[in-house]
Design a protein around this ligand. Sequence first.
Ligand SMILES: NC(=O)c1ccc[n+]([C@@H]2O[C@H](COP(=O)([O-])OP(=O)(O)OC[C@H]3O[C@@H](n4cnc5c(N)ncnc54)[C@H](O)[C@@H]3O)[C@@H](O)[C@H]2O)c1
Length: 355
Amino acid sequence: MPAKKTSSVRIAIIGTGGMAHYHARFFQKTRGCRLVAGVDTDPERLKAFVEAHNIPEAYSSTTELLAQSEIDAAVIVTPDPYHKDITLECIAAGKHVLCEKPLALNYRDAKAMTDAAHKAGVINMVHFTYRNWAPLQKIAQLVQSGKIGEVRHVEASYHQAWLVSKAWGDWRTSPNWLWRLSSEHGSKGVLGDIGVHILDFATFPAGAIKSIYCQLKTFKKAPRNRVDSYKLDANDTAVMTVEFSNGAIGSIQTTRWMTGHLNRILLKISGTKGSVSFDSEISESTYQICKGADIDKNQWKTIAVKSTPNLQQRFIKSIRTGTQDQPDFARGAEIQKLLDASFKSDALKTPVKIR
Ligand SMILES: NC(=O)c1ccc[n+]([C@@H]2O[C@H](COP(=O)([O-])OP(=O)(O)OC[C@H]3O[C@@H](n4cnc5c(N)ncnc54)[C@H](O)[C@@H]3O)[C@@H](O)[C@H]2O)c1
C-alpha cells in the first residue's frame, strides 16, 4: 500500500554522513514536512546527526526504522552500493523515496527500482542536485522551444580538484573520499559520482544521447595504489564524445584533477540560431546567450534568473499533491544506461549505441 497523502510529511534520512546534513538543512526549510528519524550503521555519526538537527528518533538499520517508526517518506543518502536494497525495502513498506545519485550501480538495478516504485504507486525522485539551478531550467526551455534553432554542438564539463587540493580535506585520510576511489567499496569512480550530474545537466536541455564513446583513466595515487583497505582502482577522469538523437554532437568531460576549480560546471549549447552558455564560476543564477542581432556582433548577453523550487520542496509537493515531479527514478535509470554504455565503450575502445 502506498503511503497516504498527508498534510505534514514525516521523513527519515537514511545514511547520516556528509550529504545528509545538506538534506536536513533543506528539508527543515521546506514547508509541509517534518524530519522525524535518522538511520546509520555508525552510532557516533548517527548521534551527532540527530542532535545537530534536533531529530527525535534514531535507528541503526532501515529494517528497525520501518518496524518502529511512522514515516511517510525516506531520503536515502548512504554510499552508492546500498541505494538499491534500501530503496526496495522502503518501497515494499509503501514509503515515498528520494534517493541520492547515482540511483544504482547499473541500469538493471535502476530499472528494478523504477519498476518497484511504479508498481507500488509511490513518489520517486533521484537527487540530481543541479536541477536546482534556475539557469538550467531556463536553458532547457530555450533550447526545447527552438530559440537557438536546431542544436548542432554541445560542450559540458564538471570539474573538481580534491585529488590535488586539500580545500575539502585530505582524501588519503578521509573515508568519505576513499570509498569514492575504490570499486570494492561500490564506487563507479568520477563517472558514477559527478559524471551522472553532468550527463543529466547536458541531456536535460539538449535531449537524449544516441551513441557514446568514452575514455576513462585511473592514475596511480599511492604506493601499490592502495590506502589501508581501499584499493584505488575507480576512474578519476572521463572524456566522452557523444551524438544526440537530434543529430548534434558534443563532448562531455569530468575529472577530479582540475586544480584551481573546486566544483565547476560548464555548459555550452550551440544551434542554427544562437548559443546559450552557463559557467557556475561566473554565477549560479545567470546564463549567457548570443542570438539575433548579437550573432554578427559576436556579443553575449548575461541574463539573471529567479530561483526555482529545489528538489526537497518538489519532493514534498509531489507527495502532498500525488503528482510525480522530475527527475524521477526513470530518469535516474536513463542516466544509468549512459554510465553502463560509457564503461562498455571504454572497455571495447569503440562508440556504443544507447538502446
Ligand atoms: N547530489 C549530490 O550533489 C551529492 C553530493 C555528495 C554525495 N552524494 C551522494 O550521497 C551519498 C552519500 O554520500 P556522502 O558523501 O554523504 O557519504 P558519507 O560516506 O559521508 O556518508 C554515508 C553514510 O552512510 C552510512 N551508511 C553506510 N551504509 C549504511 C546502511 N546500510 N544503512 C544506513 N547507513 C549507512 C555511513 O555510515 C555514513 O555515515 C552517495 O550516494 C553520494 O553519491 C550526492
